[in-house]
Design a protein around this ligand. Structure first.
Ligand SMILES: Cc1cc2nc3c(=O)[nH]c(=O)nc-3n(C[C@H](O)[C@H](O)[C@H](O)COP(=O)(O)O)c2cc1C
Length: 416
């Protein structure tokens, strides 16, 4: 139960208004004081009296509703947070050009941006969401410091399938509570993603197939849950959508050095190791029977005969605790196998868990990825193994194990 806090809940004319009402009820049930202001088209989807009976306050929908009362200023000053949900394409575009010709626009213009959060939850048809006007407006609003949430991918009211669906009410509720009304400091999490590249010479390297997508998605989901996330990613790996703190690595040594620097300079709560780190680095090159050290200033001729001697790398994961300022660092390992034999899979996981520093292993198998059934098995030292989960559910489990206390706020559905 939250201590009472004031939320100014803005709505606009979207088919998702009934979902916003579910969220409104969740906030009220949790002791938030909520006042609603909306555009006139919102009343195509809800009765004013219904909202008024829920909140106990009049719904403000006009600039001069109470003659010369300064509601457009007062409501913003009263609020601890302003939420626009659902946000139509029209209202998003409207805000981005600073129009005060309706009450939502005026409240936005008078709001103390930068001092208090302004959260926007868009809801619209996919084309409207991808329209360049809407895209530009969203970027503009984000640059002004507004917290524009993503949308879900799924079936839309118009029958089409795509991006633009309003996030589920329980997700927005958890997000707002965890990010803005959780008295505890944000959990600081470092995530590695993508493939190392071990240079042979200035134009060639040894790498693997990791795209970094899993790490980027986990980073985004944890960012949306209010964690302070740093994504340490391979230069060519997928970019996250919502995580802005990014550090690039190239090879094994640069990844190792980055982790050492980051973990020793500030206290992290957890590290999630999704990066595919090379087990070997290039030790020596032998072109035409002449031994040379690998060097990016070098270019081996394509006509040369070449042998490459590799050296075994150490397991960075085993050093993380010694690098870390926080000696209670939670280390979450990822293990990819390529076998249908469960015993072999479990042996591979057990080998990782033999390191007592490792808190949890998220296992996946290449056969599942190839058959488009990418599921994760979670193995934790202290709990029974969970059923196979999709990435989102697996991330929720990771989050719970880092954060705990989210049981009543579990997220059912979100797309990152
Ligand atoms: C049934 C129906 C549902 C609509 N749903 C949405 C929606 O989900 N998102 C959106 O951006 N526009 C939607 N629209 C269009 C907006 O209602 C329209 O652009 C309106 O002018 C928005 O006004 P407002 O932003 O001032 O509320 C819908 C229109 C209709 C007729």
């Amino acid at each position: 139960m939250s201590k009472s806090k004031n939320i100014l809940f803005l709505m606009s004319g979207s088919i998702a208004v009934p979902k916003a009402i579910v969220l409104l009820k969740m906030l009220l049930d949790d002791n938030f004081i909520v006042r609603v202001a909306c555009t006139d088209s919102t009343f195509n989807f809800i009765d004013k009296s219904e909202v008024e009976s829920l909140t106990g306050f009049p719904v403000i929908h006009k600039n001069f509703q109470n003659k010369l009362d300064m509601e457009h200023i007062n409501l913003g000053r009263w609020a601890d947070l302003c939420l626009l949900c659902p946000a139509t394409a029209n209202t998003i575009n409207h805000l981005s050009y600073g129009s005060g010709d309706n009450i939502v626009g005026t409240l936005f213009l008078a709001y103390e941006l930068g001092k208090k959060p302004f959260v926007i939850a868009p809801a619209m048809n996919t084309q409207m969401y991808h329209n360049p006007a809407t895209r530009d407006s969203i970027i503009k609003l984000k640059n002004w410091g507004l917290d524009v949430l993503p949308t879900n991918f799924g079936e839309l009211a118009c029958g089409e399938v795509g991006e633009g669906r309003l996030l589920e009410p329980d997700f927005i509720f958890s997000y707002i509570k965890n990010r803005y009304f959780n008295g505890e400091p944000k959990k600081k999490i470092l995530i590695t993603a993508g493939a190392t590249k071990e240079s042979i010479d200035g134009v060639r390297f040894i790498t693997n197939f990791s795209t970094g997508r899993t790490g980027a998605k986990i980073a985004d989901q944890l960012t949306l849950l209010g964690c302070d996330v740093t994504l340490v990613k391979a230069t060519s790996a997928s970019l996250p959508k919502y995580t802005s703190n990014i550090i690039n690595f190239t090879d094994f040594n640069s990844l190792n050095q980055t982790l050492k620097n980051e973990l020793s300079s500030s206290s992290h709560d957890a590290v999630i190791m999704t990066a595919a780190i090379s087990d070997f680095s290039v030790d020596k090159l032998v072109p035409n029977e002449q031994e040379v050290k690998p060097d990016t200033d070098l270019k081996i001729s394509s006509t040369d005969d070449l042998s490459i001697k590799l050296k075994k790398n150490f397991k960075i994961i085993n050093n993380l605790n010694s690098y870390s300022k926080n000696k209670n660092l939670k280390i979450i390992a990822f293990k990819l196998t390529k076998t249908k034999d469960q015993k072999t899979q479990i042996n591979a996981v057990d080998k990782i868990l033999s390191n007592p520093d490792i808190h949890m292993v998220i296992h996946n198998d290449l056969n599942d990825i190839e058959s488009n059934n990418h599921k994760f098995n979670i193995f934790s030292r202290n709990s029974e193994n969970l059923p196979r989960l999709d990435l989102q559910a697996a991330t929720n489990t990771i989050y719970d194990s880092i954060q705990i206390n989210l049981n009543q706020n579990k997220i059912k559905e979100t797309q990152v």
